[in-house]
Write a protein of this length. Sequence first.
Length: 215
Amino acid sequence: MKQGLVVLCVLAVMSAAGCTSNQSRSAPSSMPQASGLSPEAAWAKRQTQVASMAQWRLQGRVGLQIREQSWPFAIDWQQQQNGVYAMQINNPLTGALMAAIDASSDSSISLKASNGQTYRDTDAERLLSRQLKLNFPLNNLRYWVRGIPAPNSPVGRLQLDAYGRPTHMEQAGWVIDYPAYRGNSFDAMPEKIQLEKASEQVKAKVVAKQWQTRY
């Protein structure tokens, strides 16, 4: 459980906002389009608008699987500007606080586990690597969880629905699927996200119970 706790706590550590676009394949034309835009045009608009989000909050559940081990968690992730954020990790059954993590504007990361032990670093991916010897795309997850690609990394295969939202995206060796969104607009936030890197035998599923966004 301690390993799973550390992994999930640092999954949400992200870098500054931004996005890129690449080749896309839209959904069947029989589906309604977003505000009269083509899927490709709506996708370009989505990337620009979602990347400019000043603040957001995601409350939901996460299932993390690393090889043969699995951990379920409840998550409350509040993201602000300049990389500042606060996250709480709770037991999904009892609601008890399992860990709290905070990142300050000077890139200082503090992770406090329920046993009182505190971990500190200035790089989230290094923190995870030191604790679990696991490489995980922490700097990309901030973008993927909102349904946009991470910056400074080419996008491979990309599938869009009629609203210009990704249903399947491949980036940095990871496969990211979006089975559902909360609403029918081009800028709707994902309701379900599935991530997998087969070579590392790592999978993660995120179910968003509530989104709060501010531009």
